[in-house]
Design a protein around this ligand. Structure first.
Ligand code: ATP
Length: 220
């Protein structure tokens, strides 16, 4: 009998991020997306940030812990910490190719990004290969253009876009789906800034994560 991860009729989704810290702007739209397209599992992939790039304020272990706390009571989510164990820079495409290899060529697989990430996707390493490994599910995000910056990129989007979510389970990869998810004006930058200023972050992230931030003295 096939195991759950080999079931080729179920769409599996991955969600990468720095998660410095994880917040409701990540969690709530992804929960809505799961209901919208029928996802039973979303695996969060905290990024390894290479040394030449601006470093997160929380270290890798703290970012992982915050993700674990945020998803502890929600069976929709799992975490995969493989990028955090790397000592060399990890590109999303390489992680996705490794996961694709592990899960087999037939499994419908999706990578979730926010609208801001879609707009800058052409700056990602080997960005055009992303659709050779997975579908892209895009979360609406307030304040970002809903058209791509150039005609060429807009055409690329339209060539791959599907509006019927059932299509996503019929092919292993290659589609882009723009989700109609709630628009939450929350960013990790804002949370770090509010903390620096001693302001309350109650409605922005789970209480368990807030408590951990307090205990670790993060973002002061
Ligand atoms: P920062 O403010 O530090 O840049 P962030 O809040 O954008 O961080 P990331 O961890 O960089 O969070 O984001 C991971 C993914 O989540 C990205 O694809 C991003 O587009 C998406 N995302 C983050 N916040 C939101 C939000 N409020 N709505 C929709 N997507 C979001």
């Amino acid at each position: 009998m096939p195991t759950k991860t080999q079931d080729t009729t179920v769409l599996h989704a991955l969600f990468g991020g720095t998660f410095d810290p994880i917040h409701y702007g990540h969690l709530r739209p992804v929960e809505a997306l799961a209901a919208e397209v029928g996802l039973s599992r979303v695996t969060l992939l905290p990024n390894h940030v290479p040394p030449h790039r601006p470093q997160p304020e929380a270290n890798a272990q703290q970012r992982l812990k915050m993700v674990e706390l945020a998803i502890a009571d929600n069976p929709l989510f799992a975490v995969d910490d493989r990028e955090l164990h790397r000592t060399t820079p990890s590109y999303t495409i390489e992680t996705l190719e490794a996961i694709r290899k592990e899960r087999g060529a037939q499994l419908p697989l999706a990578f979730i990004i926010g609208q801001d990430s879609l707009l800058s996707l052409h700056k990602w390493h080997r960005w055009q290969s992303l659709l050779d490994t997975c579908h892209l599910l895009v979360l609406a995000r307030p304040g970002y253009n809903d058209r791509m910056d150039t005609q060429e990129l807009q055409q690329w989007l339209e060539q791959h876009q599907v509006t019927d979510a059932t299509q996503l389970s019929l092919k292993p990869q290659g589609y882009i789906y723009l989700a109609d998810t709630p628009q939450l004006e929350i960013s990790a930058t804002e949370i770090r800034q509010r903390r620096h200023q001693g302001l309350n972050c109650d409605d922005l992230l789970p209480r368990s994560v807030q408590r951990y931030i307090e205990l670790q003295g993060l973002y002061r």
